[in-house]
Design a protein around this ligand. Structure first.
Ligand SMILES: C[S@@+](CC[C@H](N)C(=O)[O-])C[C@H]1O[C@@H](n2cnc3c(N)ncnc32)[C@H](O)[C@@H]1O
Length: 423
């Protein structure tokens, strides 16, 4: 992939731009193995890395708005300036090759709305102006969620007046806006968004259809960056869990429920449980928006009797679980070698999926899992360094299989899924 902004030095978001994609993937697999092999040992079955397209894969654009209402720039603050002494000059990245085509189509139309509505971009040097960011997400059905991040509600009336024209133009371009919101971020801080979200038009959620599951995304909910690779990630988790006899699973850091909903029944033939065997799922997540959206999907799929999502801190799972008896003080003993789910004290699940942010699951949860007796863990990580650190605290688990998924081409980041089984 070639990028004029990278070549000009005006965007540094893609440090591997210019390195051929197969070399990027092979290098990352090598680095990953160097980090994990000392912890997991040699017996893991490493699948070939799974790569998708090297461009046009990002389903979300987070654009800083600079320039003027007449000539808005949608992109980033010029990275050649020092952040502390930045004069607010921006670089327009509407043509960034990483975005899915639906976003590339939408951005010029959204920029036109900035002009029509007369929204003055926020200027970080003078701390004046209103429009800070535009955040656009595109679904696999080519529908959009468009969010205007504003300093205050002052320009909301003029934005509202301009919306019908934006909606018409997006629909005519084949990328209808399913959700439009304003997010209010009053503080002068390097944050993407604030806590207050004002619904302006359309539905409350964007449907992200993944492997046939209608995942519901609310404005502040997390969604994996690269939809086709996310689909592969959930499908792998499903196939790998289907090699076990787990009939219940906890989805920790569940977001909008992608793992949990995919794992709600056995889907792969040839495993110990027949295809269609239902699983109990309990998901935990700190974002109330994401939990509400996950619960709606469970209800839409008719799974609400056995698939439940809750707001809570996964690192406190023993006390916030649906099994309050399983507090830190009354941890179940590890299963005996060869023990099965049914042998465990209490009502702990047959398997746990963890998919934490870059900081990993941390000491408390790793130690709890280590002592829990839970037979199977699927760890999906976007940071191999914290993954290796967490796995080192869980020596009772043996890594069975692992795969790198190329979620973030052009960068040194990737996703890795590891299946663990209690020794
Ligand atoms: C990498 S995302 C994974 C989301 C989801 N599993 C998916 O596939 O889309 C991490 C998620 O963890 C949530 N999170 C962060 N810290 C958490 C915590 N301490 N407990 C529970 N969830 C947390 C974030 O809000 C985010 O949705």
């Amino acid at each position: 992939m070639q990028c004029p902004h990278f070549d000009a030095g005006e965007c540094r978001s893609c440090p591997l731009m210019g390195v051929s994609h197969p070399v990027q993937v092979a290098d990352q697999q090598r680095v990953l193995r160097e980090l994990l092999d000392p912890v997991t040992g040699p017996d893991v079955h490493w699948h070939e890395p799974l790569a998708g397209p090297e461009s046009g894969f990002r389903n979300k654009a987070k654009m800083v708005v600079t320039g003027s209402a007449q000539r808005p720039l949608l992109g980033i603050l010029d990275p050649r300036q020092h952040p502390r002494h930045h004069d607010g000059t921006g670089v327009d990245l509407r043509d960034c090759g990483l975005y899915e085509p639906g976003i590339a189509t939408a951005l010029p139309l959204i920029a036109r709305t900035v002009t029509t509505a007369g929204l003055p971009p926020y200027d970080i040097a003078s701390r004046t102006g209103e429009l800070k960011h535009v955040i656009v997400t595109v679904s696999p059905d080519a529908e959009l969620m468009v969010r205007f991040v504003l300093r205050s509600t002052d320009t909301l009336p003029q934005l509202r007046r301009a919306l019908p024209e934006l909606q018409d133009s997006l629909a005519a371009a084949g990328v209808p806006a399913r959700v439009i919101t304003a997010n209010i971020l009053p503080e002068h801080q390097a944050l993407l968004e604030g806590p207050e979200e004002i619904h302006l038009a359309g539905a409350p959620t964007l449907t992200m259809r993944v492997n046939g599951l209608p995942l519901n995304l609310r404005p502040q909910g997390f969604f994996q960056t690269n939809t086709p690779i996310a689909a592969e990630l959930y499908a792998h988790a499903s196939a790998w869990l289907d090699t076990t006899d787990a009939r219940s699973v906890w989805d920790l850091y569940c977001g909008v429920g992608g793992f949990g909903l995919q794992l709600a029944e056995v889907r792969t033939p040839g495993g110990p449980l027949p295809v269609g065997t239902p699983r109990e799922v309990w998901g935990l997540e700190t974002s109330a928006d994401a939990v509400a959206a996950a619960q709606v999907t469970a209800e839409e799929l008719g799974l609400a009797d056995r698939v439940r999502f809750a707001v809570g801190d996964a690192t406190q799972v023993p006390t916030t679980s649906p099994h309050p008896g399983a507090s830190l003080a009354s941890l179940p003993r590890p299963a005996e070698p060869g023990g099965r789910e049914g042998d465990l004290p209490g009502e702990l699940p047959g398997a746990v999926v963890v998919n934490p942010p870059r900081r990993g699951i941390g000491e408390d949860l790793a130690d709890w899992l280590e002592r829990s007796g839970i037979p199977h863990v699927l760890y999906s990580s976007c940071n191999a360094t914290t993954l290796a650190r967490d796995l080192a605290r869980m020596p009772t688990y043996r890594a069975v299989q692992a795969r790198m998924l190329d979620m973030f081409p052009q960068t040194a980041h990737h996703e890795v899924l590891v299946q663990l089984a209690r020794r």
